[in-house]
Design a protein around this ligand. Structure first.
Ligand SMILES: Nc1ncnc2c1ncn2[C@@H]1O[C@H](COP(=O)(O)OP(=O)(O)OP(=O)(O)O)[C@@H](O)[C@H]1O
Ligand SMILES: [Mg+2]
Length: 275
């Protein structure tokens, strides 16, 4: 892809991981078995890093293995080839939810629990008492602007509010790494923009790394310090781009130019990638 003053394509880093990396993917390959006995190659030789404190966006068409990468980072799946390191340690199949927050592709709110109950749920695996869980959940809901809706149930909330509850639930454990899988894809454009501002504000306030999966080029440019672009399945790193534009980026000529560059880079890569 073309270099611009604000986009510095780099090759994948193959240096040994260290503590500066929240996450490191090293030559990761993954296949899934199919009912007919064959296997589907989903990821091939994927290597990239998530520097501590950064926002890295994984951009790729549907089926390129984006969610699979996040699930490996979370320890929910293991790679068939290569290694995934979380804070310098190889994932072992057990998930340390105190260090990782995960916002899934759907919000996964429990309909029978209030907003407060859904957020407090993230703390129930630990040894924190119920009063303290409630206090922390209330605090987290207030931080995402939902102090007045703690008692509301998911069906009583708008799409944007549900997203905020899911965000609060993934933040309440104060994770080092927040994994986000197309978390705002179902929101209308305006609410999505609000959530982008909210997320960047939260990121400024906390020492946290964010991995943000999206198939939307503009969303990646608005949010990310670094963009890893995957090819169609089997997903490989097609290009990497560092973004140094100041925030807010939406609608600025530099951001629009970068979006155009990235769209040109993916043109022809995939027919089912809606850009
Ligand atoms: N547990 C599984 N068993 C079998 N196949 C799977 C499994 N998980 C994912 N796959 C397959 O792996 C491929 C990649 O899936 P993945 O969900 O990682 O893609 P994605 O890039 O997140 O796509 P999308 O943008 O549509 O969410 C898909 O073809 C999917 O069908
Ligand atoms: Mg996915």
């Amino acid at each position: 892809m073309d270099a611009t003053p604000h986009a510095t394509p780099t090759t994948s880093s193959h240096a040994p991981p260290d503590h500066r990396h929240a996450l490191a993917f090293r030559h990761v390959g993954k296949r899934f078995g199919r009912a007919d006995g064959t296997s589907l190659e989903v990821l091939r030789d994927v290597s990239f890093d998530v520097p501590a404190g950064s926002v890295v966006s994984i951009l790729g068409p549907s089926g390129s293995g984006k969610s699979t990468l996040l699930n490996m980072a979370a320890g929910l799946l293991t790679p068939d080839e290569g290694r995934v390191l979380v804070l310098g340690h190889e994932t072992s199949g057990t998930v340390d939810w105190s260090r990782l927050g995960y916002m899934f592709q759907d919000d996964r709110l429990l309909p029978w629990r209030s907003a407060l109950g859904n957020v407090a749920l993230a703390l129930e695996a630990g040894s924190i008492g119920s009063r303290e869980r409630r206090r922390r959940a209330e605090h987290e809901l207030a931080r995402v602007g939902l102090a007045d809706f703690a008692g509301a149930y998911p069906h009583q909330l708008s799409g944007g509010m549900r997203s905020r509850v899911a965000l609060a639930r993934s933040l309440v454990t104060e994770p080092d790494i927040l994994l986000m899988d197309e978390p705002f894809s179902r929101l209308d454009a305006q609410t999505r923009t609000t959530m982008h501002h909210e997320l960047l504000r939260i990121h400024r306030e906390r020492a946290m790394s964010i991995v943000f999966v999206t198939h939307d080029v503009e969303e990646a440019v608005i949010l990310a310090d670094h963009i890893v672009m995957l090819s169609p399945r089997p997903g490989r790193v097609h290009a990497e781009t560092t973004v140094t534009l100041p925030h807010p980026r939406l609608g600025t000529p530099q951001a629009q130019a970068l979006v155009a560059d990235l769209r040109a880079a993916i043109a022809g890569l995939s027919s089912d990638w809606v850009i």
